[in-house]
Design a protein around this ligand. Structure first.
Ligand code: GAF
Length: 395
């Protein structure tokens, strides 16, 4: 078990200092439903989880930034100067915090001197649980704390997305940074990605839990087909705009889509747009069902979401399909679907507490037989968004 004191010692050993760092945490996230809808101005329904990134730091006297991650010890200490925060391939994972520093400074945030910053994350990287947004927001709240200047939370969230879009080169939407920045214990968030209006919904699962199932097939959004899907949605929108005055696919109802889908000439692109429009309606319905405590109807929508991501959006792949399809057949499972960008990463399942252990074994029996690797499991605890941690046990 790691405590604030353990982390402090690790920090002091790595940076050869006796100074006491401040400690911050940003969660990862799951997404209950609303996948690949955020960059289409539609709804998402994510929640922050208790796994995430711990970030410790002290200010320096000079202009140096030094980054160290316990998750990537082989990368060693990564150093740069505040006067050159440009993207550097060699800086690997540290480009995420560098991007945050750069854009904060460009936005007028006053950073007078450098810092030593240490990271430890307990969310698997590249598993669709937003490890990168977690690093971005953890860095943001650390900068806010160390340099004693309030950063508007929504601005920080947008800045994290800008790091992904313009610094790293992934055309992702705002869902991950939003969930990591705005999370609330035991609540999911329904976000309209066009207006950025949001509502919290308590997650009451009675005798069920949310099981996170990691395929252990890592993928990076940067080299997945993520940007290709984004471009396909833009192409669909352009076709529809020949007749319709809309700014995003998220504005369309299912009925309108069915009426105008013929305007999208390419059948693959039509399927992509169909997923977005139908998924948006599913997300709104799922929010209502969860509010009404109808867990069965809610979970059924999760299954439909997976099927749409598999058949129309084509972002699941054999590993995620095997996990979801196996889970659907198991005793005690109400629903299961992939989460995040897809092509690997994690799925979630809503499952009766008492049946979870048996389900894990049954899923792995099938999964291991087929792919020669084991899936790993986590029980999701829904926690708060990015914040400072003061004392006591942190992990
Ligand atoms: C990734 C992206 F970062 C999000 O913006 C979102 O598009 C998601 O994939 C798919 O719903 O996590």
């Amino acid at each position: 078990m790691k405590t604030a004191e353990n982390f402090t010692k690790d920090f002091q050993n790595i940076f050869h200092t006796t100074k006491a760092p401040r400690i911050f945490f940003a969660p990862g996230r799951i997404n209950l439903i609303g996948e690949h809808t955020d960059y289409n101005g539609a709804h998402v329904f994510p929640a922050a989880i208790s796994y995430g990134t711990y970030c410790l730091g002290t200010k320096r006297e000079d202009q140096k930034l030094r980054f160290y991650s316990m998750n990537f010890p082989e990368k060693g200490m990564i150093e740069c100067d505040l006067s050159d925060l440009s993207f550097n391939e060699k800086h690997d994972w540290a480009n995420y915090p560098k991007g945050i520093f750069l854009y904060l400074i460009e936005n007028g945030f006053h950073i007078s001197s450098g810092a030593d910053i240490f990271y430890y994350g307990n969310i698997p990287n590249g598993a669709g649980l937003s490890s990168s947004a977690s690093i971005e927001l953890a860095t943001g709240v650390l900068v806010e704390g160390l340099y004693a200047e309030k950063i508007n939370r929504m601005e920080l969230i947008k800045l994290g997305q800008k790091v992904e879009n313009h610094y790293i080169g992934v055309n992702s939407g705002i869902m991950d940074q939003f969930a990591v920045g705005m999370g609330k214990e035991n609540h999911a968030m329904l976000l309209n990605c066009d207006t950025l209006e949001y509502k919290y919904a308590p997650i009451h699962l009675s005798n069920h839990v949310i099981l996170i199932i990691n395929t252990n097939k890592a993928r990076k959004l940067a080299d997945s087909k993520y940007n290709e899907r984004h471009a396909e949605c833009e192409a669909a929108l352009r076709d529809l705009q020949k007749k319709l005055r809309i700014n995003s696919l998220g504005e369309l109802t299912k009925k309108e889509f069915e009426e105008y889908k013929h305007l999208i000439t390419n059948s693959t692109i039509r399927k992509r747009a169909k997923h977005v429009v139908y998924e948006n309606e599913r997300t709104l319905k799922a929010f209502d069902q969860l509010q009404q405590g109808n867990l069965e109807a809610f979970s059924k929508l999760l299954n439909d979401s997976h099927i749409s991501l598999r058949d129309d959006y084509e972002v699941t792949g054999p590993e995620l399909d095997t996990i979801a399809e196996t889970a659907w057949e198991l005793d005690g499972v109400l629903g299961a679907r992939m989460v995040g960008g897809g092509f690997g990463g994690c799925a979630i399942a809503i499952i009766e507490k008492d049946k979870a252990e048996a389900a894990k074994e049954q899923i792995n029996a099938v999964y291991q037989e087929k792919f020669g690797i084991k899936a790993t499991f986590y029980t999701a605890t829904i926690g708060d968004g990015a914040k400072e941690i003061t004392k006591g046990v942190v992990i």
